[in-house]
Design a protein around this ligand. Sequence first.
Ligand code: GDP
Length: 292
Amino acid sequence: MLGNLGKSLTNTMKKLAGMTIIDEKTIKEVVKDIQRALIQSDVNINLVLKLSKRIEDRSLNEKPPKGITPREHVITIVYDEMVNLLGKEPHELEITDKPYKIMFLGLQGSGKTTTIGKVCRFLQKKGFSPAVVCTDTWRPAAYEQLKQLTEEMQIQLYGDPDNKDAVDLAKKGLKTFKSKKIIIFDTAGRHKEEKDLLNEMETLSEVINPNESMLVIDGTIGQQASEQAKAFSNATNVGSIIITKLDGSAKGGGALSAVAEIGAPIKFIGTGERLDDFEIFDPERFISRLLG
Ligand code: GDP
């Protein structure tokens, strides 16, 4: 379980290697290294401080269990504290009700449309045939982009580029696909004002009454991630998070901060532009990446 994490913390942990007693000074040094790694990975500073305080307190006060070296014990504590935030096991997308309504949220450019395609592909592979409703009346090409994407995958789409009323589109989409097992709602990612976008999400959320609202966050945006998550979470009930663009150099610390901010689990990550560049979120790998 500690394999990857142990490796990624190698340099830090070298300081502890071979020691049987780890004193306060050494622990403080190690915690500093962890702080540095987390800050470089864009984790929110308040969260870094909170996490490192817990790691320090526990490392100083808890006795290593029998057979565990002090070094392993500190690694375990670091891992434990991160897992407390992210959860240990991957979170499944469970299709419980029929229709299971998934509402997508996210700012323009976050990768929301691409991610809808990826989730559709994921669900198709599991034997489902989801339908998609386009309620984005702001971006002129939104419907066209979804049309192309869904046609390729032979997925049914409801939308009307001439209708500028998102709520009406949602209602009609609900009616059109009421007998489907899964309905996915695309929403706008931009308005003239952010406030208007969030108001629209609140109203849409009341009308759609989704089983799950999935927030798509660009993994490269760093510190802004928690703000975004908070804003969407105040307007709707965000049930899960998808982090995109983790194929680049971004380490996803912003995403971790977003999770800590709103408490919703990350379910998937996007790792490229193609439909198959999509993975079930693996907490342990993510933690290794953050600290690596
Ligand atoms: P939307 O405005 O939120 O609907 O965003 P789009 O789905 O149109 O995506 C915006 C850009 O991000 C496009 O160029 C996508 O190809 C790209 N994109 C989306 N997801 C990923 C990802 O996981 N990795 C990379 N590298 N690019 C992505």
